[in-house]
Design a protein around this ligand. Structure first.
Ligand SMILES: Cc1ncc(COP(=O)(O)O)c(C=O)c1O
Length: 406
């Protein structure tokens, strides 16, 4: 019986990161109405310019969902607008689109990586499309260069949901630089983990300014801008609750300098694991596409029942007994979720049913075969190894193979 495999505790909380948060508590600065300008400046500097040479403006907000909404509202998206999005993501990517009144249109994924397929995006664009929302999923970036070219060709916007991929790169460029804007979650299990929190990267200062009116406290405004808005009668408290936690902002600022090193260790460990798995064909480890530098927030394997001879739940139970905890991250692709389909629905009232009906949307007609195929077969594990650890990767590979032979 091999030694059980204990995944390292996550998130990593370094003593100096905790000390920074403690200092904020001791200073009794638990809330700062002006937001978190120092954290925002650190994030903007770390992200660097957009691929079209823009200087990013970053807002640290209450959550990744708030950041998604801020991006879309800042760019004046709303009722009637279509947003092309992957059906294979954490649901908040899609519910943020619905919450601002817009209509998600689903484009299929690349089956092995799970990220949105540019060809499917192009096919989903209609005259009503205002934006593409791509998700850098599990630490794997989508092809930002190609999606931005598609967006530019059609005169629409590209947004990036980088909530699972802080620091991943495409063609050497960090995610968050490809779109007109990007959103990142910093909830406690993310690679950059605050308490709860998230941030929006705007590449258009006018959009940032417009979004300001929805969710940032006026105290964070430049005095001249605040005066201009007050004169126009636009400075009010009609807000959507995006005010961030000051302690979380401190954690992010203190943890940021470690992130690239941790990502490099995760990549090295993913390479060790791939090598240790060798030609084992029972599960497929997600590939690192040419052009991508993945940061492997999660490992989402594809399970092949016909090669292993048991079903997915049995295999996962065997892994559990070998000390490897797994979960099914996306058991149902979003377009198949019950609450997204008003037809025949009998649960509690759902905010977006009316807007979907009005737009004549019926997701029963939507087909995304790759997402459906992957959802049936995937199992996921957190990949928290932030120090290079070939021995643990060998044991993990051994557990994956042994569970297939049981
Ligand atoms: C891909 C993705 N988008 C959006 C979110 C929403 O972020 P939050 O939970 O901080 O609102 C998350 C994570 O929770 C996520 O993984």
């Amino acid at each position: 019986m091999p030694e059980p495999l204990a995944a390292p505790v996550f998130p990593v909380r370094r003593p100096d990161v905790i000390a920074a948060a403690l200092k904020r508590l001791q200073d009794q600065e638990w809330t700062r109405l002006e937001g978190a300008p120092d954290t925002e400046a650190a994030l903007a500097a770390w992200h660097g310019p957009g691929i079209r040479g823009t200087t990013p403006e970053v807002w640290y907000l209450s959550s990744g969902t708030a950041a998604l909404e801020a991006l879309m509202l800042g760019h004046e998206l709303g009722p009637g607008d279509e947003v092309v999005v992957t059906p294979y993501t954490w649901g908040a990517t899609v519910s943020a689109i619905l919450a601002i009144g817009a209509i998600p249109v689903f484009a299929d994924i690349e089956p092995l990586t799970g990220v949105i397929d540019p060809a499917a995006v192009e096919a989903a664009i209609t005259p009503r499309t205002r934006a593409i929302m791509g998700v850098h999923l599990f630490g794997t970036p989508f092809d930002g260069t190609r999606l931005r070219a598609i967006a530019d060709r059609h005169g629409i916007l590209l947004f990036e949901d980088g909530s699972q991929s802080h620091g991943a790169r495409w063609n050497g460029v960090r995610v968050g630089a490809f779109g007109h804007g990007a959103a990142f979650s910093c909830m406690g299990y993310k690679l950059l983990a605050g308490t709860e929190g998230g941030y929006a990267v705007f590449h258009d200062p006018a959009a940032a300014e417009r979004a300001y009116l929805y969710g940032k406290h006026p105290r964070g405004l430049r005095p001249d801008r605040a005066a201009a808005l007050a004169d126009a009668g636009l400075l009010d408290a009609l807000q959507l609750g995006w005010r961030p936690c000051a302690i979380g902002a401190e954690l992010i600022k203190a943890a940021l300098p470690y992130l690239d090193g941790e990502n490099a260790a995760r990549r090295a460990n993913a390479a060790h694991l791939r090598a240790a798995l060798g030609d084992f064909a029972g599960v497929t480890m997600p590939p690192e596409p040419a052009g991508a530098e993945c940061c492997w927030h999660l490992l989402s394997f594809i399970f092949h029942p016909e090669r292993i001879g048991c079903d997915l739940d049995t295999y996962r139970a065997r892994l559990e007994r070998l000390g490897v905890g797994t979960f099914r991250y996306i058991p149902v692709p979003i377009h198949r979720l019950k609450r997204l389909n008003p037809h025949g629905y009998d649960g509690p009232r759902v905010l977006w049913h009316e807007q979907l009906r009005r737009a004549g949307v019926d997701y029963r007609q939507t087909s995304c075969p790759h997402a459906e195929w992957r959802a049936e077969r995937e199992f996921t594990m957190g990949f928290n190894w932030t120090v290079e650890d070939p021995a643990s990767m060998g044991r993990l590979a051994e557990a994956l193979v042994r569970a297939a032979q049981a």
